[in-house]
Design a protein around this ligand. Sequence first.
Ligand code: ATP
Ligand code: MG
Length: 416
Amino acid sequence: MNDSSNIDLRNISQQVVSFIYKKAVKQNSRILKIPIVEFEWIKIPDNLNVNHVNFLRWTLKTYLQEAKITFKIVNNSFDIIIDESINLKIFSEEKEEPIAVSPIGTFSNWKDPFSPPSYFKDLIYFLRQKEKPILIGPKGCGKSRSLEEAMAILGRKVYRIALPQYRDPVELIGDFQIVEENGIPITKFIGGVITTALQEGYGLIIDEIDSSPPHLVSCLQQFFEPYGTQITIKTESGILNFSPHKDALIAATSNTWRGDDKTGEYSKAQGGDASTWDRFFPKIDCDYDVKAERLTLSNYLPQVVLDALFEEGDANHMGIIPSIRRSCKDPNSSMEDSIGFRSILRIGHHWKKLGWHKIMYYFVNEFKEENREAVSKIITNKLGREFIPTRNDYDESLPDYIPNLIPKLKEKGFIM
Ligand SMILES: Nc1ncnc2c1ncn2[C@@H]1O[C@H](COP(=O)(O)OP(=O)(O)OP(=O)(O)O)[C@@H](O)[C@H]1O
Ligand SMILES: [Mg+2]
């Protein structure tokens, strides 16, 4: 065993002590019950031999003794007591755990802040448990984004793939190729998108699995098995045993439950194979989340506009977005349509530049042609006739020419 692995293993013990101390500060108690699963974040190096394991046990024991932490394992939890002589105050000044879910912020490459939806904590829990969640819900309700954020919070690089982009399983799985190494041609396995992601311990998001070519999904069945499984890959030029990295995570999204499209909006959806669906757990039912939408748009819009858009009161006090969604769901209205986070977010992005009037015109165009009048009506019912969405904001000959609109917008409180 070399020195560098000793240092790594010592570092693990230090992190465990610090984790326990911080937990005690957070819970304001020296007596703690911490489920074993909460120690999942510990990154133990691969290929530990017996000496390494003994060394790890020894450092852990010594560090815990020095830190005056006594513990025993009861029912999959550590029952922990921290001695009175330890001054926990110094740890209270340390930052929150990186895993903490902030109410708003982003961990991924998205520039818009993220407002965690109600299922987000469960999603993190299941991913930590190495389950393979599938998020099911209508377009633009935040399935892919939530997965990207969750993977980023868990420290994984993300590969987000849409299977319809691929034709041949080889692109996903890889193949033996002749490559030159030190000037000598050799046959080498070059991984595909899936095998590379799994080998590197990435977070792999299979987007819209219900509109994926069934033959590709079938080829990937083995990869969706629980981890630890060794997968035998048959390539055109040979057989290879492949093991995913222990940190690799897989999750999927789908617009429909196994291809069953009640809305008629997802023409590419096809029946999901039962054994594919069986491999994904949990199946998280997602829908539009007005609270998350409002929280995100609060970064762009003043209070009065937020209220007009998102208020969740009774029929007379319902904001534009919930009113539209209610009409979409109402069997008597015959307004079969939907509106997702993407279109709503654009109101926030462009409102300041284009003004209410014009951005709402484009917002109305997000709906099917036959529904646009009804949507406009919902908007004007809420706000008055001067808010008829139109793109003629800048046409002097029209009554809703922007300079005329400005006093009305001021009166309504939409602009200062
Ligand atoms: N909770 C959230 N907080 C902030 N922004 C969000 C949130 N959920 C979704 N968004 C934003 O809304 C848009 C649509 O989200 P996303 O792409 O995740 O939807 P989806 O459910 O995967 O849709 P589709 O089925 O069409 O793929 C993105 O711009 C995303 O950043
Ligand atoms: Mg998506």
